[in-house]
Ligand binder design. Structure first.
Ligand SMILES: C[S@@+](CC[C@H](N)C(=O)[O-])C[C@H]1O[C@@H](n2cnc3c(N)ncnc32)[C@H](O)[C@@H]1O
Length: 306
């Protein structure tokens, strides 16, 4: 396994999603990029009546409860919640870079060695117009110096729009590391992980390759809004608030349990960590997300997500 996410950090993540599902009057959860089905297992434990479907390129885990459905293809239509936790950052994207002369070029990578080279200029006739347009709107490099990069979000926008268009009634939530136009990483965020440790990016299937998400572009593609995971979980009653000390005397075991939960909730909501992740949220078929953000596309804290 190359990753550890909110799903692994605590079962409270699943509990919060269950509250979101039930609060919206839904009874189905589709987990896109379901990993080994950890989130769906938690949900099944919490509420065995839920309809659960994992969409995952990896094979169905042998020990997955029979009640959880598993497929490699997105369903045609969904009546329920679609959640994609740390899925979009794995969708490959084009990368462009400012060359020493100041022109923006497409970056090529040799999948065998990871060696990078500059290809055609972004404004070359052979480069799709859509890349230029996306870059100009979401990640302009006009003022940027040589070596500055942009990770073009067209493939991520299209991937999420393809998921959201399938939701006839319900909610769609994409959770990921993100940035907005005011705080793009100047040299990009392409990284690779193998067995939990950072390693050189190599697109050969041997490791997890990831780049953070332009969440404002994703939200615009689906008419959604962006809030931080911290805000979302607080709204779903998951916070790191410690139990009252009086409980320690009245119910020591209950106190210890609540204290452990508070510790897990603190990890899920810490702004420098998982709490700084972005939730891109949208509703369909008359279901509205129960979150409000102060300005469209940005969390109500005013800051972009991690
Ligand atoms: C970083 S993992 C996150 C797993 C899980 N959602 C979690 O939070 O632990 C991303 C997952 O997306 C899966 N994946 C990547 N591309 C996919 C695709 N096109 N369709 C379905 N699953 C995909 C990968 O196999 C991997 O399990």
């Amino acid at each position: 396994d190359h990753f550890r996410t909110s799903v692994h950090a605590s079962g409270l993540f699943a509990l919060a999603l269950l509250r979101l599902v039930r609060g919206a009057g839904l009874d189905t959860v589709v987990d896109v990029g379901a990993g080994r089905g950890e989130l769906l297992r938690h949900l099944h434990q919490l509420e065995p009546d839920l309809q659960l479907l994992g969409v995952e390129v990896a094979a169905r885990p042998a020990d997955l409860p029979a009640a959880i459905a598993w497929t490699s293809a997105l369903p045609e239509s969904v009546d329920g919640l679609v959640i994609a936790n740390e899925w979009l950052d794995n969708i490959p994207c084009h990368v462009v870079e400012v060359a020493p002369g100041g022109r923006v070029h497409v970056v090529h990578v040799d999948p065998a060695t990871g060696e990078e080279s500059l290809g055609q200029p972004l404004d070359h006739v052979t480069v799709p117009e859509s890349l230029r347009q996306w870059c100009a709107r979401w990640w302009p490099l006009d003022e940027a110096g040589p070596g500055s990069r942009a990770e073009i979000g067209t493939t991520r926008d299209a991937a999420w729009a393809d998921v959201v268009r399938r939701v006839d009634r319900g909610l769609a939530v994409a959770v990921d590391y993100g940035h907005t136009r005011g705080d793009r990483p100047p040299f990009g965020s392409l990284r690779s992980y193998r067995d939990g440790a950072e390693t050189a990016p190599l697109p050969d299937g041997s490791r997890d390759v990831t780049a953070h998400i332009a969440v404002d572009a994703i939200a615009a593609a689906v008419g959604g809004s962006v809030i931080t995971q911290r805000e979302a979980l607080h709204a779903l009653e998951v916070s790191g608030k410690r139990p009252n000390l009086d409980l320690a005397a009245a119910d020591p075991a209950g106190y210890v349990r609540r204290l452990a939960e508070a510790t897990e909730a603190t990890e899920l909501t810490a702004l420098g960590g998982l709490g700084g992740f972005c939730w891109v949220v949208s509703g369909a078929g008359g279901v509205d997300p129960p979150f409000r953000s102060a300005s469209p596309g940005i969390g109500s804290s005013g800051s972009a997500c991690e």
